[in-house]
Design a protein around this ligand. Structure first.
Ligand code: ADP
Ligand code: MG
Length: 326
């Protein structure tokens, strides 16, 4: 067993318990199919464990990045995955290999891919509001678990939320703990920047990061899942940052056509500039939107709209008329 200490940056989780294997990954796994994904410093490929035939996802992480040794960052990612092992909505970690240049994380395979694909899909493949309610509950249960353990993810976005299957729509798995940190009362954390569209105002202002920082991203994520639009995205990064710091959000019916008022209220409880005013993961799980009897959502919540659609001979919208606005 290798017990590796991590000390470099504040908020890094310090201990890894997984045995880091130095035998050859290729002796135990066959790579199959094409790449599943790729980031700046990682490639993810599908593989099959030779001894069991089980499908897995192997994340190959480069240890040196921009001339710097980043082994500590990778151990932090491993430590967070270990800490969240007991939660079904965080991707499982099965094995870790190390070579002279890389660390390979062998992860549970999420066959449905990124929820991103369905966020931007056309209406018939897009999520319905019912779907989003179920998926949002799962995301919140995963994130609440992390927060109970003083872990913040700091990169929650549709590319890092995967599905066990796409059709029929399965369950979510949270991945990519590369930016995750431990937040506790003793140390203040202000350093990290996530992905422009999803970062909270306090990150832009170099103010303390907390579990509330993730909650902002969940607000953005829910907005995108329901509408197919990214609420703060501007033509350029600077415009996006300005939109975020001014909390410039469009809640109009143009964007939220066919979406319940409770959903909008839920998003508004998260897209609050002041982190202390933002709903926590636990509060979100108690929000009426996530506890609605799903059948009651089939009816639009705007009474005047309802009357209008009954009295006029407009074509009826498709059954759960709560999908994405494309
Ligand atoms: P990065 O840090 O480079 O963003 P991620 O962990 O987010 O790395 O992985 C990159 C992409 O690879 C993900 O967005 C997803 O598309 C795919 N991927 C990652 N983990 C898995 C997995 N366990 N199962 C299936 N696909 C995965
Ligand atoms: Mg990622």
């Amino acid at each position: 067993m290798l017990d590796s200490a991590v000390t470099s940056k504040s908020g890094m989780v310090t201990k890894v318990h997984t045995r880091i294997r130095t035998d050859l990954f290729k002796n135990n796994y066959d790579l199959v199919g094409k790449e599943l994904g790729r980031g700046k410093f990682a490639v993810v490929k599908k593989c099959v464990e030779k001894s069991t035939g089980q499908e897995r996802a192997a994340k190959f992480l480069r240890k040196r990045r921009k001339g710097q040794d980043c082994r500590g960052d990778i151990l932090n990612e491993i430590a967070v995955l270990e800490a969240a092992k007991a939660n079904p909505y965080v991707v499982g970690l099965h094995d870790v290999y190390e070579t002279s240049t890389e660390i390979i994380l062998v992860l549970e395979f999420a066959a449905g891919g990124e929820i991103f694909n369905q966020c931007v899909a056309d209406n018939d493949e897009a999520f319905t509001e019912k779907d989003v309610i179920r998926l949002a509950r799962q995301i919140l249960m995963g994130v609440a678990f992390l927060h109970w353990n003083n872990v913040v993810h700091l990169d929650l976005k549709p590319q890092n939320i995967l599905l066990t299957s796409a059709q029929p729509l399965g369950d979510i798995r949270i991945v990519d703990f590369g930016l995750s940190r431990c937040v506790d009362a003793t140390s203040e954390l202000r350093e990290i920047l996530g992905t422009p569209e999803y970062v909270a105002p306090e990150i832009l202002n170099y103010e303390p990061i907390s579990t509330a920082t993730d909650m902002w991203s969940i607000g953005v994520l829910t907005y995108v899942m329901l509408t197919g639009e990214s609420p703060f995205l501007g033509e350029e990064k600077q415009e996006t940052f300005l939109n975020i710091s001014q909390v410039n959000v469009d809640y109009s019916q143009d964007v939220f056509h066919g979406v319940s008022a409770l959903a909008v209220d839920f998003i508004q409880s998260l897209l609050q500039k002041n982190p202390r005013k933002r709903a926590t993961a636990e509060e979100c799980l108690d929000h009426p939107w996530l506890n609605t009897h799903l059948t009651s959502l089939a009816a639009p919540t705007m009474p005047d709209e309802q009357e209008a659609s009954q009295s006029e001979s407009e074509p009826e919208s498709p059954a759960p008329s709560l999908g994405l606005v494309s």
